[in-house]
Write a protein that binds this ligand. Structure first.
Ligand code: ZN
Ligand code: ZN
Length: 418
C-alpha cells in the first residue's frame, strides 16, 4: 500500500449557525472560497462530531479525538488541561486543579470568590507565590495564571491522587473547605494533606505580600487565597510512534495556542510556533503555511496547522472578523495545496468544534470537514459551508472515526481482521 503524507488544517471554531446580522446566513456562507475551490471540488466533504452529538467539546478534547484518542475514556478532567493552556508542561502522575484567586476573611470565610475579577497584578502575585511556596511533603507546587482570577495549580511528586475533594465551597459567606480524601488509600490522604497545607501557605504568604497593600490602597479587594476545584491526574498518552496500528514516525504541529500546543506535545507531535504567529487575529498566518511546506519537504508524515482566530472572533460575537479569519485560513490551505505534490498527500480542512457567533461559546453542532486524497470519490462542491457539509458523502463521522479515515486514505493504518 502506498503511504501518503497527511496535512490537516484547522480553523478553530469553524462551524456556525445563521446570524441575524448576516441576513440569517452563516459566516461560511459569506466566505470567498475561490483560492481553494479546485481543491474542494476534488475532495469529499461531510460533518464531524468531535466527541458525539450533544456533547460540547473543548479544544482539548476535540484535539484528542481529531488525532485518534477517544476523549471520553482518556480525559483526566479540566484541571490538567487548564494548566497546559496556561503554559504548564505536565508529566504523567501530576495532579492539577483549576483555581480562583479569591478574597477571604481572617477566619478563611470567602468574601469574593474572584477577588474583584480584575486583577492586573495576577501574574506578579502568581510569581511571588511560586518563588516562596517551596515544597510541601516532598511535593513541588506550581501556580499558573490563566485569565482574570483564574489559575491552575499543579502538584508534582510521588504517590499523588486526584481522588480528593475541592477546597472551593462554590459560594460566598462560608469557610474555605478542607480537602478530603475521596478514596481509602494513602495517596488520596497524602494529596488532601498537601492541598490543605497549600491553602494555609498561600494565605500566609499573601497576607504579607506588598502587591496586596497596593491593591488595598486603591480600594480593590486583596487576593489572599486560592480556591481549588476539579482535581485531575495527568495520564500518559501513547505517542504516534507507540501506536502499533499506525504508521506515523514524524509528526509536527504548527500552532501558537498554549492549550493546543500542550495537547499535541502529549500525543507525540513536535510543536512549532513560527515567528510572527501569535494565536490572535493579528497572527502572521503565512508563516505557518511556509512552515507546513517546509516540514512536508523534510519528509514529515503528519503535518498539523492550527489557526485560532475564527474561534476568537466567535467568542467575541463578531461574524465579520470570523469571515475574515476563515478566508485567511483558506489562503494558508491554498498555499499548502499549491506547494505540495497532490499525488503524494491527503489534505483535510475542518474545525475542531463549532463556535456559533450568536452563542459565543462552543456547541455540539457538528463541524464541516473536507478530505482531499488522490483517487478519492469526490463530491464536486467548490465551497464548504454547513450546507454542503450536510450533503457530503463522508456523512457524519464521530470522534476518532475521522482520524481513522485520514489514516486509511494515507495508507497508514492496519487492517482490522485478517
Ligand atoms: Zn477550539
Ligand atoms: Zn473557543
Amino acid at each position: 500500500m502506498r503511504r501518503l503524507k497527511i496535512v490537516v488544517v484547522v480553523a478553530d471554531g469553524l462551524g456556525d449557525r445563521p446570524v441575524p446580522e448576516l441576513g440569517m446566513r452563516t459566516p461560511l456562507e459569506l466566505v470567498d472560497f475561490s483560492p481553494v475551490a479546485d481543491l474542494l471540488s476534488r475532495s469529499a466533504v461531510g460533518l464531524w462530531d468531535p466527541i458525539r452529538p450533544g456533547v460540547r467539546p473543548g479544544s482539548d478534547t476535540a484535539h484528542l479525538a481529531l488525532f485518534g484518542v477517544d476523549p471520553i475514556n482518556n480525559y483526566p478532567g479540566r484541571g490538567p488541561f487548564e494548566a497546559i493552556g496556561a503554559g504548564a508542561s505536565l508529566r504523567p502522575g501530576d495532579v492539577a486543579f483549576r483555581g480562583n484567586l479569591a478574597t477571604v476573611s481572617d477566619e478563611m470565610v470567602v468574601i469574593d470568590r474572584r477577588a474583584g475579577r480584575v486583577i492586573p497584578e495576577a501574574k506578579q502575585l502568581v510569581e511571588y507565590l511560586n518563588q516562596n511556596i517551596g515544597e510541601i511533603e516532598g511535593v513541588r507546587v506550581e501556580v499558573y495564571h490563566a485569565t482574570e482570577h483564574r489559575v491552575a495549580v499543579v502538584f508534582r511528586g510521588p504517590g499523588l491522587s486526584d481522588a480528593v475533594s475541592d477546597t472551593d465551597p462554590h459560594s460566598e459567606g462560608v469557610r474555605v473547605l478542607e480537602s478530603r480524601p475521596l478514596a481509602d488509600d494513602e495517596a488520596a490522604r497524602r494529596t488532601a494533606r498537601v492541598v490543605n497545607a497549600f491553602t494555609k501557605r498561600v494565605a500566609e504568604l499573601l497576607r504579607d505580600c506588598p502587591l496586596n497593600a497596593r491593591r488595598e490602597e486603591r480600594g480593590a479587594p486583596p487576593v489572599n487565597a486560592i480556591l481549588l476545584r476539579g482535581a485531575g491526574k495527568m495520564v500518559r498518552y501513547p505517542r504516534f510512534s507507540e501506536r502499533g496500528e499506525l504508521d506515523v514516525a514524524r509528526a509536527v504541529a504548527i500552532s501558537a495556542t498554549a492549550l493546543v500546543k500542550g495537547v499535541c506535545a502529549l500525543l507525540g507531535f513536535e510543536v512549532v510556533t513560527p515567528e510572527g504567529a501569535t494565536g490572535g487575529i493579528d497572527s502572521d498566518l503565512m508563516s505557518k503555511a511556509r512552515a507546513a511546506v517546509e516540514f512536508y519537504r523534510r519528509g514529515y508524515d503528519l503535518i498539523y496547522v492550527h489557526v485560532k482566530g475564527a474561534d476568537a472572533a466567535s467568542h467575541d460575537g463578531n461574524p465579520y472578523a470570523k469571515v475574515d479569519m476563515i478566508e485567511r485560513t483558506l489562503r494558508v490551505l491554498s498555499y499548502i495545496a499549491d506547494n505540495v505534490d497532490l499525488e503524494d498527500v491527503v489534505i483535510s480542512f475542518l474545525g475542531d468544534h463549532t463556535t456559533p457567533v450568536t452563542v459565543r461559546d462552543h456547541t455540539s453542532d457538528p463541524v464541516p470537514v473536507a478530505v482531499y486524497a488522490p483517487g478519492i470519490l469526490t463530491d464536486g462542491f467548490s465551497r464548504l459551508t454547513e450546507k454542503e457539509a450536510r450533503r457530503g458523502s463522508l456523512g457524519r463521522l464521530r470522534s476518532v472515526e475521522l482520524f481513522g479515515t485520514l489514516m486509511d486514505y494515507a495508507g497508514r493504518i492496519e487492517k482490522f481482521g485478517a
